[in-house]
Design a protein around this ligand. Structure first.
Ligand SMILES: Cc1ncc(C[n+]2csc(CCOP(=O)(O)OP(=O)(O)O)c2C)c(N)n1
Length: 520
């Protein structure tokens, strides 16, 4: 009977458009594992570690734009998927978490492997069902705009099981993301109330980039374009682009352009300016957010939520602005200073990122880890368009699961690069496990080893925040059969035909001098 239940669950998942399953085998979930093991029509990935498996699924879902399932056994295994589910919640990624459980009669008994799994993922999986053989299992009401949790109660598993056979009832198309209408009036009101706006563009879906680029040109307001927007290097926006990510509000005021409203487009921004908005002495700046995701990212402000590609494709800009010449000039001067410093301090961390951004092959996928890499990329990456696909997991800014998400996102048809911090790499040491199951994919895992969480060195004087260490990553590369290279400068040619772990070691003194001179 376990087989019937397992097949029902798989069939429902397939009907919802799931084509890939990340399987973490145990005994309680064995009916699902056996069912999928001999089903070549379904792509399965096998993991021993649930946390990485769920982050990998997140990356696969980002890459394929389809729901991806993770199957765990019962007990603590089920809890390990929570971090990736939280990230998926805030970035609208349709993870399907399928946790095996003991029968309902064991709940609250403390019997082995009987945890309280119902509701385990809480608000992060708003669609959650406790599934038993006697009741229907129905995913039709899952919107696929956030994670879903199926907790499946199996009787004592036997060692036998039944392979799943894909039948025609699984051929339904995947549910399309609902395209709710964005509130045109809110944006119109915002634009009519501001005179000196700043536009901040963060994570955008690929298909919304062109219409947003056209919108920005017509709006003609200064715009800070983060790397993850895919518009940072777009030459058509050069005249609007604020290049310096440092102290944006202050520099605008000094140049006679006190910003009186922020129009945010896309995901929640990485730049410090977004946090500064919260801390402006109780004075709330006028903010309007337009996003594919339903989060304002601030404790106030409007959020217009909808399909940005559809919205901007037929949006008539009600008003256009004038470019603040003085601020633009000051911003260009600051960038020239940064450029000079890249040459003067080539071994500073930001300078190394600058060089790397000019040498990674054109068209590569670049996954930025949270912490300094994502911030330094925005400051230091060259502005010449190289067709990079820049992405990051910015739902909760976690440093966990970054290697796994990157590997899930990596694709066989392009060069794949992750740039992550050393603690971030240590957090996900199990991530490269999946590489042997991705024979066609070549990856470059770049670890910026600055000996700890250096992001905190500019924020706090106490070193305890940094978790300093003297580790190197050669042994980790060796363990996972990855080629290993250690760089203190970026070589002229950086591409290679095989997967690698590249450890970049910046010079700490040069980095300190770089920041000091930039601020002077
Ligand atoms: C799961 C998780 N735990 C803790 C944090 C808090 N945190 C943010 S950055 C950071 C340090 C990251 O260090 P590293 O990966 O070495 O990057 P660096 O700051 O040196 O660039 C920590 C612990 C977090 N973001 N996510």
């Amino acid at each position: 009977m376990n087989d019937v239940l397992a097949h029902r669950v798989i069939r429902e998942a397939l009907k919802k458009g799931v084509t890939e399953f990340c399987i973490c085998a145990g005994s309680r979930n064995s009916p699902l594992v056996i069912a999928l093991a001999e089903c070549p029509a379904i792509r399965s990935y096998y993991w021993f570690e649930e946390r990485s498996a769920a982050f990998f699924a997140l990356g696969r879902s980002k890459a394929t734009e389809r729901p991806v399932a993770v199957i765990t056994t019962s007990g603590t295994a089920a809890a390990e998927v929570l971090p990736a589910t939280m990230e998926a919640h805030y970035t609208g990624i349709p993870l399907l978490l399928i946790t095996a459980d003991r029968p309902r009669r064991f709940r609250g008994t403390g019997a082995p492997q009987s945890a309280e799994q119902v509701g385990l993922l809480g608000c992060y999986a708003p669609f959650a069902r406790d599934v038993v053989l006697e009741e229907p299992c129905d995913l039709s009401e899952w919107s696929c705009q956030h994670p879903a949790h199926l907790n499946v109660c199996f009787e004592e598993p036997t060692r036998k099981g039944m392979p799943f056979v894909v039948d025609s009832s699984c051929d339904d198309p995947p549910t399309l993301i609902d395209t709710s209408v964005t509130n045109v009036e809110l944006i119109k009101a915002f634009l009519s109330q501001v005179e000196r706006p700043l536009v901040v563009v963060s994570t955008l879906k690929q298909e919304s980039r062109e219409p947003i680029c056209a919108f920005l040109q017509k709006l003609n307001a200064p715009a800070y374009l983060e790397g993850v927007s895919g518009l940072r290097e777009d030459a058509r926006l050069e005249h609007l682009r604020i290049m310096s990510p440092e102290q944006v509000f202050q520099s605008a005021v000094q140049a006679g352009y006190p910003i009186d409203g922020v129009l945010r487009i896309g995901g929640v921004p990485t730049n410090r300016l977004w946090r500064d908005l919260e801390e402006q002495n109780g004075q709330k700046m006028r903010v309007c957010s337009i996003s594919d995701w339903p989060f304002s990212g601030l404790s106030w402000g409007n959020i217009c939520h909808g399909d940005l590609a559809a919205f901007f494709s037929d949006y008539t800009v009600p008003k256009s602005f004038a470019i603040p010449k003085q601020w633009m000039e000051a911003d260009r001067r600051f960038y020239q200073k940064a450029l000079a410093l890249f040459a003067e301090e080539p071994q500073a961390e930001a300078s190394l990122i600058h060089s790397l951004s000019q040498r990674i092959p054109q068209g590569a996928a670049i996954y930025l880890g949270n912490s300094l890499p994502i911030r330094e990329w925005d400051l230091a990456a060259a502005f010449q368009a190289r067709g990079y696909h820049v992405t990051a997991s910015r739902g909760l800014n976690g440093i966990d699961g970054q290697i796994s998400t990157f590997l899930g996102y990596s694709s066989p048809d392009r060069s794949n690069w992750a740039i992550i911090g050393d603690l971030t790499a240590l957090y996900d040491m199990a991530g490269p496990w999946i590489l042997s199951q991705l024979p066609d994919v070549t990856v470059n895992i770049v670890v910026i080893n600055n000996g700890g969480g250096q992001i905190f060195s500019r924020m706090y004087t106490s070193e305890v925040f940094q978790n300093r260490h003297n580790l190197n990553f050669g042994p980790l590369a060796a363990m996972w059969n990855l080629a290993y290279e250690k760089w203190t400068a970026i070589p002229d040619r950086v591409d290679a035909p095989h997967s690698r772990l590249i450890e970049i070691v910046p010079d700490a003194d040069a980095t300190a001098r770089f920041w000091r001179k930039l601020a002077s």
